[in-house]
Design a protein around this ligand. Structure first.
Ligand code: GDP
Ligand code: IMO
Ligand code: MG
Length: 456
């Protein structure tokens, strides 16, 4: 094993000494980290950890439906919109054009981070002038629609994500750049409200939003956010040309992808690695490595199919041990066994070159452990995620069983230190998927990681 050369993994954060060892190092310039399941795989933790090696962290989709938890020196920080690289003072964090931004949430997040001693300089954050804005009426529509759906509701985060993306596609959206041009903004808001008012008043039976109030509020947001709003594609292109390392941070997970997820129980953006390019304005040849974060088991928050869900005491045990409660809404997450049909689906769709296996520590003390390797549907064995959620609801997972381990593993810092059965569990995942677990997370803390391959 070689110890880190050059700046240690945590050298740029004074609170931690470099304590991780790296088993293999690759020379790369860009890395994408996406979720492979239904979100909350620990992307934030991994992005924060890897940020010590990069100068730029960029988000390319989603909005404040995301909740990314970072844990440093016992302190917990949850970011929703600001990329997870924000704890490092000399890293530029990028909000790409592919996001939908709630300015109130962004300003609150900025203020909270400042209060806690982070995000001291404005140049730590740049926001695309082309990113779309979540308006108050988007939230009203999101919540109103869920209410009308009754027991068929998606279980959205209620943040207005879907309606904001709808407006983008309908070409009546408001963009971050519009917030800095009040006259223009008025025309855009009036045009959008012409339709929205009918929906809000007559379908959702809510009071009509006041256009003047919205304008005053959003012009004020524009003034406060102006120092951050810029052409992010140009910045990223310049950084790429200069060979600067860039980390692209996904939100949600592949099974929540608008195209490839368990539609209609999905979010409203394309969350797969392919969307990094459209969501940040860079060319497809610029992506070097794509890592997928996967929990060592599965969770889902919100409605929709979940073949390996455990609705018994064991599911409850995993929820409590893994603290499986939503970082955005606080809702209990549904828990179940690891599903390799789902994982293989994500590996193919994202072209994963590495797996980041998280929360392995949560499985300590559970034996036997089960992993789904295929489904049975109408007497046939299938190894693909059905496109129709009605079929997904009917599949019966076929499991392989593994012996568990009882030793606590949160202090392990190399693969060899893991108990034999934990190593077998990881190796089985690698064997069945054909993808290496480049990083294994054994606790929420930044340092509770086994780095087997460093991308930078
Ligand atoms: P994200 O949305 O993918 O960034 O994930 P979330 O932050 O929503 O949820 C992951 C949760 O698991 C957070 O509470 C993390 O602090 C925690 N976490 C991340 N990695 C590990 C790990 O390896 N072990 C344990 N026990 N917790 C972890
Ligand atoms: P991170 O980035 C887990 C889920 C919601 C709901 C569906 C649609 O923290 O992994 P939306 O508000 O996007 O229209 O809701 O998607 N969802 C998430 N679940 N983690 C997330 O983000 C999620 N973002 C959205 O619960 O089922
Ligand atoms: Mg989350």
């Amino acid at each position: 094993m070689e110890s880190p050369r050059g700046p240690g993994l945590f050298n740029r954060d004074q609170r931690h000494r470099p304590i991780l060892s790296i088993e293999r190092r690759l020379i790369l310039s860009t890395l994408v980290v996406v979720g492979t399941q239904w979100g909350d795989e620990g992307k934030g933790k991994v992005v924060d950890l890897l940020t010590s090696r990069v100068r730029v962290v960029a988000r390319f989709q989603g909005g404040n439906n995301a909740g990314h938890t970072l844990k440093v020196g016992g302190e917990q920080i949850i970011v929703h919109l600001i990329p997870s690289g924000i704890l490092y003072p000399d890293t530029i964090n990028v909000i790409g054009n592919g996001l939908v931004v709630d300015p109130a949430v962004l300003l609150q997040e900025k203020a909270d981070l400042r209060r806690r001693g982070y995000f001291r300089q404005d140049d730590q954050l740049v926001i695309s002038e082309r990113a779309h804005v979540i308006m108050p009426y988007h939230k009203v529509i999101d919540l109103g629609r869920e209410e009308l759906l009754g027991n068929k509701k998606i279980g959205t985060t209620g943040r207005g994500i879907g309606p904001a993306y709808e407006d983008k596609a309908a070409r009546v959206g408001i963009r971050m750049g519009d917030l800095t041009r009040p006259d223009h903004l008025r025309k855009r808001v009036d045009a959008a409200l012409a339709e929205k008012n009918v929906l809000i008043e007559h379908l959702f039976k809510r009071p009509r939003p006041d256009a003047n109030e919205i304008l005053d509020q959003y012009v004020a947001y524009g003034e406060q956010l102006k120092p951050h709003i810029t052409d992010i594609a140009r910045i990223l292109q310049e950084k790429l040309d200069a060979g600067v390392h860039i980390l692209f941070e996904g939100a949600q997970g592949t099974l929540l992808d608008i195209d490839h997820g368990t539609y209609p129980y999905v979010t409203s953006s394309s969350v797969v690695a392919g969307n990094v390019c459209a969501g940040c304005g860079i060319g497809p040849m610029k992506l070097d490595q794509i890592w997928g974060a996967a929990k060592a088991y599965s969770t889902r928050v919100g409605a929709g199919g979940f073949p390996t869900e455990l609705t018994d005491d064991l599911g409850e045990r995993i929820r409590m041990t893994g603290a499986e409660f939503g970082a955005t809404t606080g809702r209990p997450r549904r828990c179940g066994w690891l599903d390799l049909v789902v994982l293989n689906h994500s590996i193919r769709l994202n072209g994963l070159t590495g797996l980041v296996l998280t929360k392995l520590d949560v499985l300590t003390g559970i034996s036997p452990l089960k992993i789904a390797t295929a489904y049975e549907l109408d007497g046939k064995i299938i190894e693909r995620v059905p496109w129709d959620v009605n079929d997904l609801d009917r599949v019966v997972p076929i499991y392989k069983e593994f012996r568990g381990w009882d030793e606590p593993i949160s202090e392990c810092r190399s693969f060899d230190e893991l108990p034999r059965n934990a190593r077998h569990y990881v190796e089985a995942i690698e064997h069945i998927t054909g993808v290496t677990c480049t990083l294994i997370s054994v606790g929420p803390g930044r340092e509770q990681s086994i780095i087997r391959e460093s991308p930078f």
